[in-house]
Each structure stands twice: as C-alpha cells, then as structure tokens.
Write a protein that binds this ligand. Sequence first.
Ligand code: ADP
Length: 268
Amino acid sequence: RGGTPARENPFSRPDSLTKIFAIASGKGGVGKSTVTANLAVAMAARGHKVGVIDADVYGHSIPAIFGVADTRPTRVEDMIMPVPAHGVKVISVGQLKQKRDQVVAWRGPMLDRALVQMLGDVFWGDLDILLLDLPPGTGDMAISVGQHLTNSEVVVVTTPQEAAAEVAERAGTIASMLHQRVTGVIENMSWLPCPHCGPSHQIDVFGTGGGARVAETLTQRFGYPVPLLGSIPLDVTLRSGGDVGMPVVVSDPTSASSVVLTEMASAL
Ligand code: ADP
C-alpha cells in the first residue's frame, strides 16, 4: 500500500468496549491455537460477538482449525471482511500474503504492519471480545500487540512439562513489561485418560504441575493473583476436531476437554 498510513485501530479508542485477550505460550506445539479457537467458539455460543486474529506467523493454523483454510477474505471497498466461522469472525496473518503457499520471512516492522492492518483495515464491527493467537515465545509480534493494544490482557498456555513451564513464565513476564495484565494460565495436555481403565486413571504423559508452577511464579513476580484457569486433558476428539475444522466444543460438547474449555470461556 506504498506507505499509506493504516486506518486507526478501533480497539485503542478510549471508548472501546471490546475485551482483548492475547493468547501466549513459551514454545510451539502446546495447543495455543487449538485453545484460542475453542475458547472463541464457546464464547460466541454464549451470545458474545467474538473476533479472532491469528497473529502466529510461524504456524497460522487458526483458519484450518476453524475449517476456513481455503477461504480468502473478501474486500469491500478498501476494507477486508473477516471470514465467518462457527459464529466467530476470523482473520489470519497468513491471509495477508499474496498467495497461500507463499513463504514470507517476517521481520519486526513487517509484523508490526501486519498487525496494524489486521486491527485497522479489517471490518470488525462491534466486538465484545477479541482473541489474538500470538506466535510462541517473546518475539516482535508479542511486543507489537502490547504496544498497539495497551488494554489487552494475556492468557498463558503451557503443558505440565518443566521445560514448557519455564519458557511460559518468560512469555508472561514480557506481557507485564508491556504493562499488560496476565489474566491467568491454561494448562493443556495435562493428562491422558487411560483408554483401558477409564477416565479416573490419568496418565501424566508430560509430567505434572507446569500450569500451577507458572501461575504461582507469575503471582509472586507481579504481586497480584494469576490463577490457573483450567487444565485440559489430552483428547483425540480435540485433536481431530482441529484437523477437520470442527472445534471440539461444537462437535463433542460433553467431552472432558469441551467442558473445561466452555467453563474457562464463560469465566474470561
Ligand atoms: P500451538 O498453537 O501451541 O503451536 P496447536 O494448537 O497447533 O499448538 O496444537 C499442536 C497439535 O496438538 C495440534 O495437532 C493439535 O490438534 C494438538 N492438540 C492440542 N491440544 C491437544 C489436546 N489437549 N489433546 C490432543 N491433541 C491436542
């Protein structure tokens, strides 16, 4: 767009009523995008107007999880229309590329520009809640989100594993340096319900305690309560739902993972 300044970011207006949560993790593969999508769909099912920005430049898996990987956003005049999916408005950093399989080596200023575009050039309408799926780690996109969305809060996703928890604490600390409140911690892949003995026998595939540890550490560090919001078990339907674009909170709402995701969505 040749240096044209992007439109004003509507979420930074002082009268904006949109609650904004950036979903962060220390490393990839902990289920951050899966959790983001399911929280969004559960919130929309409660009657909220929900938008999701997929800002994970390395993964941008959100469109596939929502089942809209092949849908390009349309343009109306110079606005980009977010893609509707399961009652949620979705836009992905991957959709800003010219071609879907184009490889882009995103650098700091490009990431910042992409974020500004997804905030200001997308026709969001009035949203009650905006969720951002951040790239894993403490990189430039996390910093841009903190700078452009000063009223955003951060939810940290981790697995129970020691190494995952350690890097998740760092993601939480960056949020606090950017003056974002850390709402809480979600532990994912917490246990595997034993396929032979039944759900009361839990196999701790990734160990235990990572989520609680991150919550405690951040609580001590920040001096305000950072709770463990919930723990999600390993669940085949959660994974397969993501693969076929049908979030588990829709396809199997009574599963253990759906129940905890739905509870967290109403608590946020
Ligand atoms: P991230 O966004 O942290 O990189 P994803 O959400 O892409 O992680 O999840 C990584 C993989 O793990 C995906 O294949 C996803 O379907 C799977 N997954 C995520 N959470 C669970 C879970 N609780 N049980 C089983 N599979 C899961």
